[in-house]
Design a protein. Structure first.
Length: 186
C-alpha cells in the first residue's frame, strides 16, 4: 500500500519523540505543543528522564514535593519564566498539577530546587483547587504522562496569585521547553 511509508515515517517520529537519554537527568528541547507562542527551544531537565518514572517523592504517594528543574538555553531577552505541569492522560487531557510564575533567570538559565517556591514567585491554582504544586496521583491502572513546560517571557507576565493555565496560554513567549515523566498506581 502506498501510504505505508508515510505511516512508518509518522510512527518513527512519534517513537523518537518519546525516547529518553541515558543520564541521571533528562531534558528535551522541543517546544510545548499547544503552548503559547513558539520561539526558541529551551532545555529542561529534572531528576527523572524523559519517558521515565517520576520519583515517588514528587507524588501523592510520597512527600508530594515539586521536582527540581533546571532550564538552560534561555533566550537572552528572558525577563521571567513560568512553569506549568499537566496530566495528559486525565479526562480532558489537561489536568493541571502545578503553576508557578515570576521565576527569575540567571545568566541564561534557571535552577529550581525540589519543593521550593522562590521569593517573589507567585503560584497559580491547580486543578485540585489549591495553589502551587500537587503531584501525580492517578487512579489505579496504566501510568499517566505528566508534561512539565517552562515558558520564557520577554516581559513581566503580570500574573497574580491564583492565576490559571488559560492565563498562561494568553502570554507571548520567547521560547519554551518540555519534559514528560510517567507515574502509575496499581
Amino acid at each position: 500500500m502506498r501510504m505505508a511509508p508515510a505511516i512508518l515515517a509518522v510512527l518513527a517520529t512519534v517513537g523518537v519523540a518519546g525516547c529518553g537519554g541515558g543520564s541521571s537527568k533528562s531534558s528535551t528541547t522541543s517546544p510545548s505543543p499547544g503552548g503559547p507562542g513558539s520561539g526558541a527551544s529551551i532545555a529542561l531537565s529534572s531528576d527523572f528522564k524523559t519517558g521515565a518514572a517520576i520519583a515517588r517523592a514528587h507524588t501523592c504517594d510520597g512527600r508530594d514535593v515539586s521536582p527540581p528543574l533546571d532550564a538552560t538555553g534561555l533566550p537572552s531577552a528572558t525577563k521571567e519564566l513560568v512553569v506549568v505541569m499537566r496530566d495528559l492522560d486525565a479526562p480532558g487531557g489537561n489536568f493541571i498539577h502545578w503553576l508557578i510564575a515570576h521565576l527569575q533567570p540567571a545568566s541564561g538559565s534557571m535552577s529550581l530546587p525540589a519543593g521550593v517556591t522562590p521569593p517573589g514567585a507567585v503560584l497559580g491554582r491547580n486543578s485540585f483547587g489549591s495553589l502551587g504544586y500537587r503531584g501525580p496521583c492517578p487512579p489505579s491502572g496504566p501510568a499517566h504522562h505528566y508534561m512539565i513546560t517552562v515558558y520564557a517571557l520577554g516581559q513581566p507576565s503580570g500574573l497574580r496569585e491564583g492565576f490559571s493555565a488559560d492565563d498562561v496560554s494568553a502570554l507571548p513567549v520567547l521560547g519554551s521547553g518540555t519534559l514528560t515523566g510517567l507515574y502509575g498506581r496499581r
